[in-house]
Design a protein around this ligand. Structure first.
Ligand SMILES: NC(=O)c1ccc[n+]([C@@H]2O[C@H](COP(=O)([O-])OP(=O)(O)OC[C@H]3O[C@@H](n4cnc5c(N)ncnc54)[C@H](O)[C@@H]3O)[C@@H](O)[C@H]2O)c1
Ligand SMILES: N[C@@H](CCO)C(=O)O
Ligand code: NA
Length: 818
C-alpha cells in the first residue's frame, strides 16, 4: 500500500484533477492507495485573506468568498458536466455554512485562531469531496475521508501538535480494510473538544506521512509540480538537476533553508518507521523524482560530498558585540530567551571563540523589533559600554551547502570558500554544526545567484563554465570568435571547460546573452547601443549581471575601454586584453590597473600586447621571477614594420606594402600608429614597466616614418592614398644600403631602463635582415643567456596568431578560476 499526496498545484483546475485521476488509476493497478489532497491551488491563501477581511470588519470579504465559490463552481461544472447539479447544490450548502462562520467573524470583528482554523479547513474539505466524487463518477469507486475523524491534536488550532498514539489507533481502525479508494483531507485535524485544527504550513505532507507511518505503507509519494529535490533552486541555477536519492536528514536540511518541496516536519513520521518518501511531478509522472530514504544508495546518488544547495533570499544579520561579553556566562542565554519571548525565529547563529560577538540571521520583518527588544534587555550593559548597540545588517542572503557525506571529509569548506573567493563573493558570516551536514554562509544579496551558481558548478558538475564578454568585433575579435566556436567542443570534452561567449560589443552595438551567443550567427545578435553611455553601458551591464567566472576580453584599440580595467578588476572580473592602451597608457592608468589587480581576486593577462601570440611577456617574467637579470631586450617588435622592410628588400613599393599589411590584419586600426613607431614604442614601454622601470611613453625615443605632411587629421583611407609620395625615397634608400652590403630595418632596444625605436642600417647577414612576413624577433640578453641570447621569433601580427594568444590567456584565467 502506498500513500499519495497531491499538492494544490497538482489539482488547480479541472484538467489537472483529471490528470491526477489518470495517475491514480494507473498506479492502482500495481498497489492499493490512500490519497491525501491539499486545497485547490491558492485557495488556502484566498481563505486566509477572506478571514482577515472579515476579522477587520471589512465587508469586502463577501467578494472574496464569492471568488472562492466561483472557482470551485467552475471546476465542478467542467468535471461533472451534466451531472454537476448535485455537486453544485452541495457546494452551495458548504459556502452558506462558511458564509455564516465569516459573518460571525465579521460581526465580532475578531478572528481567533480557532475560527481561522475552521475557515481554512474548507479548502481541503472542498477539494477532497470534488476529487473523490470525480474519481467515483469516472469509474474508480472512492470516498471522501475527513481527516478530523482520524487525526487528533491538542488545541493549538493553527499549528496543532498531533497526538500520535491516539491518531495511530484511529487510523488503524478506520483503514483496517477498505474496498473503495479513500481520499483524505490534508492539513486538518480535530482538537479534543472536536473543533477543527490544522497542522501548520506544509500540513498536508504531514497528513500523508502520519497516515503512511500508521499504516506501514510501503512508500509515501508527495506529488507536486517539480521533478523532485533539485541540487539548487532551478530558478536561480539553470544547471540545477534533480537529486535521485537523499537521506531523511538531508531532506530536512534542504527543506529548512528554502527548498519548498517538502515540509521538514513531515519527514519525522516516515523516518521513524523507515518508510521511503518520494517526490514526484504530477505533470511529468514518468520522471523518477527524488527518493528519500535511510541512506542515499551510492549507485544512483550524484557523485561527491555535497547533496544540495539552498538559500534564503532575504535575511538580516543582527550582531551583539562588546568587550564585556567574553567569559560572562548567561549572555547568550539572555539573548536567546529574549528573542524567544518575542517569537523571533533565529535562522542562523555564529559566535567566534573570542566571545566578543554573536551574530544571528533572522527574517527582515522581525529585525526592528529584535533590535529594540535586545537593546532593552541589554540596556544596562550598553549604557556601561560593555556591550555595543545591536548592529543590524540588511540586504543579505543565506546560502547553505548540505550533505551527509561532508562529515569527516576534509576539503569541502576549502573548495567552497575558494570558489567564492575567486569570484569575489564576500562571506560575511559562517555557521557549521558539528554534525558537519550543513555549512551556512551569509553573503550580500546581490551575490546570491553568483554564489549559488559557482558553488553548484564546483560541487555538482563535471563541466565548468567561464563567461566571456568580448569588446570589439574587428580583426582579432572575429578570429577569436571563430577559434572559440571551432574549439569549444574539444575543450568541453578534454578539459571539462565550457567557454561561453556571453557578450559582444563594438562602438555601435552590443549583445548580452548569459546562456551564450550563437557563434555561428553572432552578427545577427548585435543590437544598436544607446550611444550616450559609450562602452560604459556594456561594462555596467556585465557588472550588474554578476555572473560567476566572468572574463572581459578587450579586442579594441580604445583608451576608453582600457580605462575600465581598474573598475573591472575591483569588481573581481578578470580581463584578457590585446589592447595596449592599458599597460602602455599613462603611468597613472598603469598604476591604477596594478593597484586594482593587487587587491583583486581576478586575473589580468595581456600576453598579446607584445609580439602578438609569441611568448614574450611570459618569457620575460619567467626569466625575471627565476632570478635572472635582464641586460638588454632588442629586435623587431612591430609586425607591420617588419613586413614593410621584408617586402621592400624584395623590391616592393612602400605605399603598396602598407596597404597589404593593413589588408592582412597586421596594422593597428590606424596604420599611422605602426608607421609612427608608436605601437612598437608602446611594446618596449610595456616590457620596461614589466622590468620595474617607471617609464612614460614620452621616455621612449621614437623615430616616425609618417611623412610630416601626413601627420594631421585624416582618415586611414586618405592617409593610404597619399602615402605613395614617399615610395621613391625608400627605393633609393634600399639601393644605397645594398651597395654597402647592408639593408634597412626598423628595430628597437631596451637597455638600463632606456628604450628607443627607429630605422637602422644592418648587415644583410644579420638575423633582422632575414625576417619574413610579419615576423617579430625578440632577443633577450641576460646574465644566464649572455653569450648566446635567448631568442623568440615568429609571426608577430595578424588575426589568427593574435586571437590564439588571447584565447590562451582566456584559458589561463579559466584554469585559475575553475
Ligand atoms: N592586428 C594584430 O595583429 C594585433 C596584434 C596584437 C594586438 N592587437 C591589438 O588588438 C586590438 C584590436 O585590433 P584589430 O586589428 O582587431 O582592430 P580592428 O580595428 O579590426 O577592431 C577594433 C574593434 O574595436 C571596436 N572598438 C573600438 N573602440 C571601441 C569602444 N570604445 N568600445 C567598443 N568597441 C570599440 C571597433 O568597433 C572594432 O570592432 C588593438 O588594440 C591592437 O593593438 C592587434
Ligand atoms: N599592429 C601591430 C599588431 C601586433 O601588436 C603590429 O604590427 O605589430
Ligand atoms: Na606575446
Amino acid at each position: 500500500m502506498r500513500v499519495f499526496k497531491f499538492g494544490g498545484s497538482s489539482i488547480a483546475s479541472a484538467a489537472k484533477i483529471s490528470n491526477v485521476a489518470g495517475i491514480i488509476r494507473r498506479e492502482l493497478k500495481s498497489t492499493p492507495l490512500v490519497v491525501v489532497v491539499s486545497a485547490i491551488g491558492k485557495v488556502t491563501d484566498m481563505l486566509a485573506e477572506t478571514a482577515a477581511l472579515a476579522g477587520n470588519g471589512d465587508a469586502a470579504y463577501r467578494d472574496k468568498l464569492e471568488g472562492i465559490a466561483s472557482l470551485h463552481g467552475g471546476i465542478i461544472r467542467e468535471l461533472f458536466g451534466t451531472e454537476a447539479s448535485a455537486e453544485e447544490t452541495w457546494l452551495g450548502e458548504m459556502m452558506a455554512e462558511l458564509n455564516d462562520v465569516l459573518h460571525g467573524v465579521f460581526l465580532l470583528r475578531e478572528l481567533s485562531d480557532k475560527s481561522l482554523a475552521l475557515v481554512l479547513s474548507y479548502g481541503e474539505r472542498l477539494s477532497c469531496r470534488i476529487v473523490s466524487r470525480y474519481m467515483h463518477v469516472s469509474g474508480t469507486p472512492a470516498e471522501c475521508v475527513d481527516a478530523r475523524s482520524v487525526i487528533v491534536t491538542d488545541d493549538n488550532h493553527c499549528f496543532a501538535k498531533v497526538d500520535r498514539l491516539a491518531t495511530g489507533k484511529l487510523i488503524h481502525e478506520r483503514f483496517r480494510s477498505f474496498d473503495v479508494l479513500p481520499v483524505v483531507t490534508g492539513f486538518i485535524a480535530s482538537a479534543p473538544d472536536g473543533s477543527v485544527t490544522n497542522l501548520g504550513r506544509g500540513g498536508s505532507d504531514f497528513t500523508a506521512t502520519i497516515l503512511g507511518a500508521a499504516l506501514h505503507a510501503e512508500e509515501v509519494w508527495i506529488w507536486t509540480d517539480v521533478d523532485g529535490f533539485y541540487s539548487a533552486d532551478p530558478k536561480r541555477v539553470p544547471d540545477a538537476r534533480v537529486i535521485p536519492e537523499i537521506s531523511y536528514a538531508e531532506a530536512m536540511e534542504l527543506s529548512h533553508a528554502g527548498a519548498k518541496v517538502l515540509h521538514p516536519l513531515a519527514v519525522q513520521p516516515v523516518m521513524k518507521a523507515g518508510i521511503p518518501l518520494r517526490i514526484k511531478n504530477s505533470f511529468n509522472p514518468e520522471k523518477p523524482g527524488t527518493r528519500i530514504g535511510i541512506e542515499a544508495a551510492g549507485a544512483e546518488a550524484l557523485p561527491g560530498t555535497v547533496t544540495g544547495l539552498t538559500s534564503i533570499n532575504h535575511v538580516v544579520l543582527l550582531s551583539l558585540s562588546g568587550s564585556g561579553m567574553a567569559g560572562v556566562p548567561g549572555t547568550a542565554s539572555r539573548l536567546f530567551t529574549c528573542l524567544a519571548r518575542h517569537s523571533i525565529n533565529i535562522i542562523f547563529i555564529s559566535q567566534a571563540s573570542s566571545e566578543q560577538s554573536i551574530s544571528l540571521a533572522i527574517a527582515p520583518g522581525q529585525a526592528s523589533m529584535a533590535k529594540k527588544v535586545l537593546e532593552e534587555e541589554f540596556a544596562r550593559e550598553i549604557e556601561e559600554r560593555r556591550i555595543d548597540p545591536v548592529s543590524v545588517r540588511r540586504n543579505l542572503a543565506m546560502v547553505a551547502v548540505v550533505g551527509n557525506k561532508m562529515l569527516g571529509h576534509p576539503g569541502v569548506s576549502a573548495q567552497l570558500f575558494e570558489t567564492l573567493g575567486k569570484n569575489g563573493v564576500n562571506v560575511i558570516a559562517v555557521a557549521q554544526g558539528a554534525n558537519e551536514m550543513n555549512i551556512s554562509l551569509v553573503i550580500d544579496s546581490a551575490d546570491e545567484n553568483k554564489a549559488l551558481n559557482c558553488v553548484h558548478e564546483s560541487f555538482f558538475l563535471s563541466m565548468r563554465k567561464v563567461h566571456v564578454f568580448i569588446v570589439g568585433t574587428g580583426t582579432i575579435a572575429k578570429s577569436l570568435i571563430s577559434q572559440i566556436r571551432r574549439h569549444r567542443a574539444t575543450l568541453q570534452k578534454e578539459l571539462g571547460l565550457d567557454v561561453v561567449v556571453a557578450g559582444l560589443a563594438n562602438t555601435r552595438s552590443m549583445c548580452i546573452e548569459p546562456a551564450g551567443i550563437d557563434l555561428e550567427h553572432w552578427h545577427d545578435s548585435l543590437k544598436p547601443r544607446e550611444s550616450h553611455e559609450g562602452i560604459g553601458q556594456y561594462i555596467r551591464l556585465i557588472q550588474e549581471r554578476n555572473l560567476h567566472n566572468t572574463i572581459v576580453v578587450d579586442c579594441t584599440a580604445s583608451r576608453q575601454v582600457a580605462e575600465c580595467y581598474p573598475a573591472l578588476l575591483r569588481a573581481n572580473i578578470s580581463v584578457a586584453t590585446a589592447n595596449k592602451l592599458g599597460m602602455a597608457g599613462p603611468w597613472d592608468l598603469y598604476r591604477k590597473i596594478m593597484d586594482a589587480l593587487r587587491s583583486s581576486n581576478a586575473k589580468f593577462l595581456y600576453e598579446t600586447n607584445v609580439g602578438a601570440g609569441l611568448p614574450v611577456i611570459n618569457t620575460l617574467n619567467d626569466l625575471k621571477n627565476s632570478g635572472d637579470k635582464i641586460v638588454c631586450i632588442e629586435g623587431v617588435l612591430s609586425g607591420t614594420l617588419s613586413f614593410i622592410f621584408n617586402e621592400l628588400r624584395k623590391g616592393g613599393r612602400f605605399s603598396e606594402i602598407v596597404r597589404k599589411a593593413k589588408e592582412s590584419g597586421y596594422t593597428e586600426p590606424d596604420p599611422r600608429d605602426d608607421l609612427s613607431g608608436a605601437d612598437f614604442a608602446r611594446k618596449l614601454l610595456i616590457l620596461g614597466r614589466e622590468l620595474g622601470y617607471q617609464l612614460e611613453y614620452a621616455d621612449v625615443e621614437c623615430q616616425s616614418l609618417v611623412p610630416e605632411p601626413l601627420r594631421g587629421e585624416m582618415s586611414p583611407a586618405e592617409f593610404l592614398d597619399q602615402l605613395s609620395s614617399i615610395d621613391d625615397w625608400y627605393v633609393d634608400e634600399m639601393a644605397s644600403a645594398a651597395s654597402e652590403g647592408m639593408t634597412i630595418a626598423y628595430t628597437g632596444e631596451l637597455r638600463d631602463g632606456k628604450a628607443k625605436v627607429g630605422l637602422k642600417r644592418v648587415p644583410l647577414e644579420s638575423p633582422v635582415a632575414g625576417l619574413n612576413g610579419s615576423e617579430n624577433l625578440v632577443v633577450f640578453t641576460t646574465e644566464r643567456y649572455l653569450k648566446t641570447p635567448l631568442v623568440v621569433k615568429g609571426p608577430g601580427a595578424g588575426g589568427e596568431v593574435t586571437a590564439g594568444g588571447v584565447f590562451a590567456d582566456i584559458l589561463r584565467i579559466a584554469s585559475y578560476l575553475v
